[in-house]
Design a protein around this ligand. Sequence first.
Ligand code: FCB
Length: 452
Amino acid sequence: MNKKSKSAAIKRSGFGDEFVWGVSTSALQTEGASHADGKGPSIWDEFAKGKKNILNNDSPEIACDFYTKYKEDIALVKMLGIPNFRFSLSWSRILPDGIGTINKKGIEFYHKVIDTCIESGIEPWITLYHWDLPETLQQKGGWTNREIINWFEHYVEVCIKEFKSKVKNWMVLNEPMVFTGAGYFLGVHAPGKKGIGSFLSAMHHAVLCQAIGLRTIKKMQPDAIVGTTYSCSFITPQSDSERDKQAAKRIDALLNRSFIEPSLGLGYPMETLPFLKKVEKYIKPGDEELMRAEFDFIGIQNYTREVVAYNFFIPFLKAKLIPADKRKVFHTQMDWEVYPEAIYQMVKKFSKYKGVKKIFITENGASFPDEIIDGIITDTARENFLKSYLEQVLKAKQEELKIKGYFVWSLTDNFEWAEGYHQRFGLIHIDFNTQQRTIKKSGYWYKDFLAG
Ligand code: FCB
């Protein structure tokens, strides 16, 4: 009861006029048209061919067909009154082989998307890399090959040259911890590589690319506003025991600190997480400087918290995450605990870094099994999720932490990586058979909230 009346009170005006509101998507998860108009394959197109890599053998081939439906979708962003739209560019749509020949049709597509946003009064926020590496580059080792710093720099140059007159806000990478951890350590995301060597080399090269991307943008477009985005989870130990507390610190170092700290000149958090010392093998003279970056902002993406226990059998980490369903706590369909305070704690944590100037929540949202009844989707759980997390964002804002904006993940249901189409995060429902869009109750709630 108390919680409900508190939720009802949350208002846009409480965040002030300058606060940035938006919604996020990514290329691979929405565009489809995997092979259309000269696009080259990405590692996710390739990964989806492998049996059992993706739930129900789903593929990103069609996804939300944003490639042909972008006008309709941007019209929905406008109709919902969302002033900022974060999306990503597909590297292999622009450079089918990752380097070399530019695909004019790919460039044209993004010009049309950007123009449609601008004509609709919507500010584009572009992520340069949201996990869909060109497959040709993966054939050469992908993120494990140090050459990627040249490939990436070239890709960024092509994008900035093309779009700098229209786009002000850039994000270099999306969640480097996740694409290197899940893709090169656990093998559960594309390109499905496993092992400490591939992870640490991918990690170091991603850290270098973060900084190189930023510098390239600033050099070519000095008035650009540049950041990068980090996944983060509020980490708590399962008990008060020293072993659990130390285990929680190691997970925190890995999940929350290992990408931002080297960029801020603080180095990899090796004292807390000794196995990170092995990354030294990939560090070349001069890298410490090369890794440093001065971002105008960082994006943080928070969904949940993790509870951690000491575990002798887990290599390198000696720590394990206790799944939410085992803990019998309220969780989303991803088995991510609904824990609103996590977002506040994360804003607080990242605000403490001296080198961080501004923070935007560039993703927050929830997957719940939606039901369409007579054409209506009453996704009250998602609406409550958003409200309860926003209350915590407001608390952070009131405490004058560095929080400056918030983007919901996601505009539409989409291809949720290894979970395929099973997990739905959208404010807008998609019928993947007909491509019909239906605004969910949470979408109307966000509209009303934004309208004040
Ligand atoms: C984040 C990803 C995003 C989406 C959400 C649910 O880790 O950046 O693409 O999959 O999770």
